[in-house]
Design a protein around this ligand. Sequence first.
Ligand SMILES: [Zn+2]
Length: 431
Amino acid sequence: MRAMMMDWIETVVSRGIRRPGYPADDWTAAWAAERFTEFGLQDVRLAPVELPAWRPVTASLEVRLDAAPAQAVRVAAFALPYSRPKAVVTAPVTREVVPGAIVVPEYAFTELPQFYVRDLAKAVHDPEGVFDGLVQTLPFQLDYLDVIQGAIDGGAAGFAGGLTGVPWETRDYYVPYDAVHRDLPAVWLSGGDARRVLALVDEGPCTGTLTVEAETGPALSHNVLGTLPGASDQWVIIGSHHDAPWASAVEDATGIALVLAAARHWAGVPQEERPHNLLFLLTAGHMAHAAGTRAFIEEHRDLLGDVVLQLHLEHAARRCEVVDGRLVPTDDPEPGWWFTSPGLEDLVARALVAEDLRRSFVLPPDVFSPMPPTDGAFFHPEGVPLVHFLSAPMYLFDSADTLDKVHEAGLEPLTRAAVRIVEGTAGWRRS
Ligand SMILES: [Zn+2]
């Protein structure tokens, strides 16, 4: 099964960048629907989801020393998703926000000690005892969606965020992804490029030209749905998303593979042994503010009161170390967050132990924020009981999310744990 799941992941990744509205994402949705049909699911369909697309084309920053304009630094950049799509701005370049200037602030990822998360957890599975000393590098700062708001409020002419606190050299940071159009020319610079720009800025007053070109506009994606009838009139929804910031392997080709594996398993089980009706869901537009999940909820409000469990499966990720500025995958999983509604914690904790899913936390859905940071987040305010598995490796939004980052050894145990959790809801009713 592990080889089959890796084959699925490789198939999806090989199509290229899967941002909402990109051909590779449309292809993946159609391909996943074919797999659902092949497994024997019923009512397989592609449900349209309207969303805003974002396609970066080019971006750069050139900075010149005013006292000696021949001293110049020109660097490539990566436009922030859904920032102003077309701009050529020439203005002073500053470290701090100044009205009318291009600000080059430094940006770092958050370091999260695992003992801190453990204190917030309802249960943990940590047989190695690593949580005492392990520190996880998260792929964001806590205010990452609002990262350019201070520049906008301060009247800056542009934003060129320097990824100097990201432990490897990259500008491919697909953040923010809440699909909010923020009307400021805004780009990311790699750490090394930002340091070169800032070294010039520190020599004296500088003028820069920030150039951005991107395409944005409405697009039509599709949620992928399929069902299997069960032994009750209640429902379990098993989901993930099919889009991605890049050709991403972990985010979320692994989630696609976990949902496909669950669908294949339950299709091979007699109807009377499926505890409830099962709905399999691969959503569109996670990278556009979970557009697919929101569209599904709007279309299926009548169903939500009969859902005993909404299980979301995201990111079978290897933990990476950074050696000499390079990401090096280890054989360890990134710590796994299992956002779990009250009443389901024991069921999830037992599944984690049974499948020895080490480095796992059972957490309240709202432990970090009002909604969990998952593709299925919008089920939470609807009062749907949920179990959302997610890990957040530092490369999650980066083009470095390649096949070597997939935690292959976790694919089968995660699939079996998901089956155990669904089995454990036998006989449950919402009302
Ligand atoms: Zn994901």
